[in-house]
Design a binder for this molecule. Structure first.
Ligand SMILES: Nc1nc2c(ncn2[C@@H]2O[C@H](COP(=O)(O)OP(=O)(O)OP(=O)(O)O)[C@@H](O)[C@H]2O)c(=O)[nH]1
Length: 520
């Protein structure tokens, strides 16, 4: 079965970025949605409060007209039946109230006929509109009455009236009416300075539009949309209605018990949602930008880290093969620390290997390395049909130095001997200390004759005086020489032959060289 590949540093960093950015983005979406919901509720509350405020403004206006009518109804001229003077008085009241062209006053007699109308000259014949202005209702209830919208029989324009009974005897009871054109309420709505997206409209009790804060002429006299009327009839203060052209509108309605009118304010649902959509779009764009830049950075950083770690592979392999490792700067602290450890370990390994194969005192190869190298060289000699020789060296009179001057001096003497042996042999020769005061040299490519000459020179060199710690010491050396292949073909035989030759050199007077083929 194929082993599952471990994830790379890059993929881990990419996952880290995703783990950081994605939850943060989701959290932002939730917060924005929550904030939007809160803002929407606040907006709808404002919508409803404004609708109620505006309805009360309209109510106040109606009340002010009504109180003016009530005051006029008590006029002495009217009571005395002096209609000409009353006509002038009514015009003065309208002027004082600054009602302009939008409001007129009409007086109806006991039969509902218009006696006077400030819109027309006094005594001019006037049409009958008693049904529209609620003449019968006022007479029956004796209370003020606010009419619905109707078309004036005089001006043929849309009109509303507010009527009050005139206190008098049953026989002379009149009704007094203020005729108001819808523009008066349009003006009122516009004075409220609604935000540009908001539209307010006043509806009479039949659901007909009396006034509108925008596009008044297009809508006045029309019924509200079926959806709007349905919600209004159900008495809902806040709802989503649909306009004639199918637009969804968040609507707030306030109903007046004074006039039985309603005031509705609407704001297109689309406008409310648009804001959220724009915020969400920015959030998505910001998330994409953040995610791409973070992923790009993660990819780049991951690549650099991977590069630094890959830089350790070569040194690690070199360490395995026992080489001394060098690690270049990897531009990542952790990787540099691992690299430094690899270098330290390789040095420790190297020292351990050196200690295992070398003599601690003199630094020369020890017996183990001597045996290993001798066997290797013999194999090569056998394959290449070449020759080698070994010199077996034993110092003469070394014990006496030790006994007389102590081991410390003896040690220093051994080190001096090692130096002279190395100086007297070739670089390709291997000098080793076999133990105590015994040394051996492998001379690759050297015949018995050649090596005996070198051995002779070494005997001379080793016999020169040694200056150690203000002492001048004298020793000599006996050397046995054996050669491959003439003295033997194995390491054991060659070494034994050289040893025997060395002993013979000692026996025959020391400070001399003896060759194996002479002695065996
Ligand atoms: N200072 C010192 N002495 C050592 C060391 N290893 C062995 N020896 C001494 O070297 C001496 C070697 O003994 P021998 O070979 O009999 O000494 P020698 O006087 O050279 O005798 P011959 O070989 O017969 O000439 C002994 O006294 C050992 O204690 C060492 O590492 N340091």
């Amino acid at each position: 079965m194929k082993a599952k590949r471990a994830p790379t540093i890059r993929s881990k960093l990419v996952m880290l970025v995703l783990a950081c950015v994605v939850p943060a983005s989701l959290m932002a979406v939730v917060l924005i949605a929550h904030e939007y919901q809160r803002a929407r509720e606040h907006l709808l509350f404002n919508l409803l409060t404004t609708a109620r405020t505006m309805m009360s403004v309209v109510d106040r206006d109606i009340a002010s007209i009504e109180s003016s009518l009530v005051a006029l109804a008590t006029s002495s001229q009217l009571q005395a039946g002096n209609f000409r003077s009353f006509y002038a008085q009514a015009q003065t009241v309208l002027k004082i109230q600054n009602s302009g062209e939008n409001t007129h006053i009409a007086l109806l007699d006991i039969h509902g006929r218009q006696i006077l109308n400030t819109r027309r000259p006094f005594r001019e014949a006037l049409p009958d509109y008693s049904a529209a202005v609620g003449f019968g209702t006022i007479r029956e209830s004796g209370k003020p009455f606010v009419s619905n919208l109707f078309v004036s029989p005089i001006t043929h324009r849309h009109l509303l009236t507010i009527g009050v009974p005139v206190p008098a005897t049953e026989a002379t009871r009149h009704t007094l009416h203020a005729a108001i054109y819808p523009e008066r309420f349009e003006k009122l709505l516009q004075q409220q300075r609604l935000p540009s997206d908001w539209v307010a409209a006043v509806f009479d009790s039949s659901g007909t539009i009396i006034a509108r804060s925008a596009e008044m002429q297009r809508f006045v006299g029309r019924k509200g949309s079926p959806s709007l009327l349905q919600h209004m009839q159900a008495g809902e203060p806040l709802f989503i209605s649909t306009t004639y052209d199918g637009t969804k509108v968040h609507t707030a309605v306030s109903h007046s018990n004074v006039s039985d009118w309603s005031l509705a304010i609407g704001i297109p649902t689309e406008l409310i949602n648009k804001e959220l959509r724009i915020t969400m779009m920015w959030l998505v764009l910001a998330t994409i930008a953040l995610l791409s830049s973070s992923l790009g950075a993660a990819w780049l950083i991951g690549g650099r880290i991977a590069e630094s770690i890959h830089g350790l592979t070569g040194p690690a392999l070199a360490l395995g093969s026992g080489e001394i490792v060098t690690v270049p700067p990897l531009n990542l602290r952790e990787a540099d620390e691992v690299g430094a450890s690899l270098v330290r370990v390789s040095e420790m390994l190297h020292h351990a290997q050196h200690r295992a194969n070398h003599d601690i005192l003199t630094g020369l190869a020890n017996r183990a390395l001597f045996d290993e190298m001798l066997n290797q060289h013999l194999s090569l000699c056998e394959r290449n049909r070449s020759v080698l020789s070994i010199l077996y060296i034993d110092l003469d009179g070394f014990k006496a130095i030790n006994d007389r001057h102590g081991h410390e001096v003896g040690d220093k003497l051994l080190c001096n001997v090692a130096s002279r042996l190395k100086a007297g042999s070739r670089h390709s020769d291997m000098v080793s200390r076999l133990g105590g005061d015994e040394f051996a040299i492998i001379m690759v490519g050297a015949t018995m004759h050649d090596s005996a000459i070198v051995a002779g020179k070494l005997v001379d060199s080793l016999s020169l005086p040694y200056e150690i710690d203000d002492l001048v010491l004298h020793i000599s050396a006996s050397i046995g020489v054996a050669s491959y292949p003439e003295s033997g073909v194995t390491a054991e035989i060659l070494l034994q032959r050289a040893d025997v030759a060395m002993y013979r050199a000692k026996e025959t007077g020391r400070r001399r060289v003896a060759t194996a083929h002479n002695s065996n």
